[in-house]
Design a protein around this ligand. Structure first.
Ligand SMILES: Cc1cc2nc3c(=O)[nH]c(=O)nc-3n(C[C@H](O)[C@H](O)[C@H](O)COP(=O)(O)OP(=O)(O)OC[C@H]3O[C@@H](n4cnc5c(N)ncnc54)[C@H](O)[C@@H]3O)c2cc1C
Length: 383
């Protein structure tokens, strides 16, 4: 697997990236390729154990080091390149990496010095697992409907309620939890908290998924936290959640490109070697058309994602760019992976084959961190 398989060299050469990004792309691409054999032994039936192992792997290799405030920070383009390479090689590695990033971003951007010192070094070595717990059975796209209650009690709070669909929820040591403190109506009544999973009353129940990942429902029964657990300002939890999601959307786009590029490269190789009608599959005009369209979609996705990440790094207005990148890249990736299955024919449906796994893995990206329809509303509102 050569580096140009993972990244489009023509896109990386653009002035939207600098030499450090290009060097990083080489490093992460080579590291992932070197881990392929070890990752092939991960047990899909044990996503929690795999998640823990991957965090140790990523932390040990230094790919999370920038989460420690004592180390040089990483920009968002670098984060996107890491996600693209990880997703290209191993869904679970991308998943573990992205959730550590999400959790750390909330603590870095909104945590005080004590909170940062307490959690970020462990997240940076992969010895502490993080989770971002926003969604609930009654509040997904409509986050303002969050109902998990945090009632002030002495110098702390008592939390009761349920979070669901939480990535790394069953292995997390610390969760960023969005809760209702009732300081104002709807979104104004929400506050973010840092809750350790070891506290009494906290229970995580794994959820099985179409593409197995560490994923859980979290139940809070009289969970008591001190006032120091508040992350950011009281009543500002909705702002914290939206800010973190808005930045992360560009990275979801990058992961989608990773999955789609893998599917595209496999489909191309297969079409060039599969013999049909006395020739090659790749010589049929309709197959050529399918491959050409995949390449166009991938190029557009890569450009939109680079633009969004560049805007975020430049502290420019980025909400619309990040949304456009996520919408286009995840929708296009779904089409590309589906097209790859079609080119493989029955071989693309064999359980456990790479193309079949990509087909299951890509689906959730059009739903999490903003379903496509929600993202369309965000873009329309910014017109
Ligand atoms: C793999 C995965 C990992 C996840 N990880 C996390 C996590 O770590 N932390 C966390 O808090 N949450 C997580 N989630 C939850 C995710 O954020 C929610 O699934 C998402 O926000 C959608 O909410 P919902 O599933 O409740 O769907 P609903 O809000 O019920 O929406 C259902 C559907 O309705 C449509 N819809 C919604 N709003 C609109 C609208 N305004 N206009 C038109 N149509 C609309 C969309 O098609 C949407 O898919 C994860 C989800 C998945 C699939």
């Amino acid at each position: 697997m050569s580096l140009p398989d993972v990244f489009d060299p023509d896109i990386l050469a653009l002035p939207l990236y600098d030499d450090a990004h290009r060097a990083l792309a080489g490093d992460i691409g080579r590291w992932c390729a070197g881990r392929a054999e070890a990752w092939a032994t991960l047990d899909a039936a044990e996503p929690a154990a795999s998640g823990r192992a991957l965090l140790a792997d990523l932390g040990g290799a230094g790919w999370l080091r920038h989460l420690d405030p004592a180390e040089p920070a990483s920009d968002l383009r670098a984060l996107c390149l890491r996600r693209q390479a990880l997703a290209y090689h191993e869904d679970l590695a991308d998943f573990a990496y992205s959730i550590q990033e999400l959790t750390a971003a909330a603590i870095t951007r909104y945590g005080n010095e004590t909170q940062q010192r307490c959690y970020l070094p462990g997240l940076a070595t992969g010895t502490t697992a993080g989770a971002l717990a926003l969604s609930e059975p009654g509040a997904g796209s409509d986050l303002a409907a969050v109902a998990l209650e945090a009632v002030a009690d002495g110098d702390g709070f008592v939390l009761n309620g349920t979070k669901t669909w939480i990535a790394q929820g069953d292995i997390a040591d610390v969760c960023v939890v969005l809760a209702r403190t009732g300081d104002g109506p709807g979104p104004l009544g929400l506050t973010a908290f840092l809750v350790e999973s070891s506290v009494p009353g906290f229970k995580a129940e794994p959820i099985g998924a179409i593409a197995p990942r560490s994923w859980a429902q979290l139940d809070f029964t009289d969970v008591r936290v001190g006032g120091e657990a508040v992350l950011g300002e009281r009543g500002q939890g909705f702002v914290v959640a939206l800010d973190i999601l808005e930045r992360a959307r560009a990275t979801v786009a990058a992961a989608a490109i990773g999955f789609a590029r893998r599917a595209f490269r496999l489909a191309l190789e297969h079409a060039r070697t599969r013999k049909v009608y006395g020739g090659r599959l790749a010589d049929l005009q309709l197959v050529k058309s399918s491959l050409a369209r995949m390449d166009v979609k991938l190029s557009a996705a890569s450009l939109l994602t680079a633009r969004a990440a560049w805007a975020i790094d430049g502290d420019l207005d980025h909400a619309k760019h990040s949304s456009i990148a996520k919408l286009h890249s995840t929708e296009a990736a779904g089409e590309i992976v589906d097209g790859a299955v079609q080119i493989f024919g029955a071989a693309g449906l064999v359980a456990g084959s790479t193309v079949e796994r990509l087909y299951r893995q890509i689906r959730s990206l059009r739903i999490y961190e903003g379903a496509s329809e929600v993202i369309e509303m965000t873009i329309a509102d910014a017109l």
